[in-house]
Write a protein that binds this ligand. Structure first.
Ligand SMILES: Nc1ncnc2c1ncn2[C@@H]1O[C@H](COP(=O)(O)OP(=O)(O)OP(=O)(O)O)[C@@H](O)[C@H]1O
Length: 225
């Protein structure tokens, strides 16, 4: 089976007032099924850029991103969106839940966008939220949930379409250390239980040490951390 994520010779540069900024150059990374990789690098070195490229939110200036063996560069935006929706789960530092929708509705939405019927989506969303200890919070809006609970809903949402690849940018970076440790352990347990491949950016060395492998960014390249 193909690796869930492979970056081959990826480059990304931005045009700034000070001239071209080459954030990534010749970046290579392969993440095998079931492998959970920490991305630990100083601020501004390109972690978010790398996650955006891996998540098909941006296109590289050179090189190729393969998702489950499929070269994404040749695909049009519609096909890329379909891969993003069906194969990739995203978790961000700030949960980005929709404030007007309840917890269960937030987890139903990506499923319904992917064509799942409402009843089935609700059942699965409730199950997932139950896994994260939120069975009693299904009908709460995000504003009524604690930070840790909000982030658990965001993780459940990322898993809603059974992705093969999980991408996370400081998924517990907005939580206090104790809550971060608990939520992160749940995230890791779920990812491992499902055999997901994951790339998780964190500034926290303790969290990074719990993953299978650490990579960092230096001079626009991905190297062992
Ligand atoms: N759209 C853009 N246009 C111009 N420059 C950008 C753009 N996006 C990012 N950059 C620059 O590219 C560099 C890498 O940014 P990126 O957000 O990937 O870093 P990061 O490692 O995720 O940082 P942090 O840990 O602070 O979130 C930074 O210098 C940033 O200012």
């Amino acid at each position: 089976m193909s690796d869930p994520l492979r970056l081959a010779g990826v480059a990304r540069r931005y045009r700034t007032e000070a001239g071209a900024l080459e954030v990534l150059r010749d970046a290579d990374l392969t993440i095998a099924r079931g492998e959970i990789v920490a991305l630990v690098a100083p601020s501004g070195t390109g972690k978010s850029t790398l996650l955006h490229l891996a998540g098909l939110l941006e296109r590289p200036d050179a090189g190729e991103v393969f998702i489950a063996g499929q070269a994404a560069g040749t695909l049009d935006d519609g096909a890329r969106t379909a891969i993003r929706r069906n194969t990739i789960g995203f978790v961000y530092q700030f949960h980005h839940l929709l404030a007007e929708f309840t917890a269960v509705e937030n987890v139903m939405l990506p499923q319904m966008t992917a064509g799942v019927a409402a009843g089935q989506a609700r059942t699965r969303a409730a199950e997932l939220l139950g896994t994260f200890g939120l069975a009693a919070r299904l009908d709460h809006r995000p504003g009524k949930l604690s930070g840790g609970e909000q982030q658990r809903v965001a993780i459940a949402r990322a898993l809603a379409n059974s992705p093969a690849l999980l991408l996370a940018d400081e998924p517990t970076g907005n939580l206090d250390a104790t809550t971060a440790g608990i939520v992160f352990a749940q995230l890791l347990a779920e990812a491992r239980g499902r055999g997901l491949a994951a790339l998780i950016a964190t500034h926290n060395p303790e969290l990074a040490a719990r993953m299978d492998r650490v990579v960092t960014l230096r001079d626009g390249r991905i190297i062992p951390g």
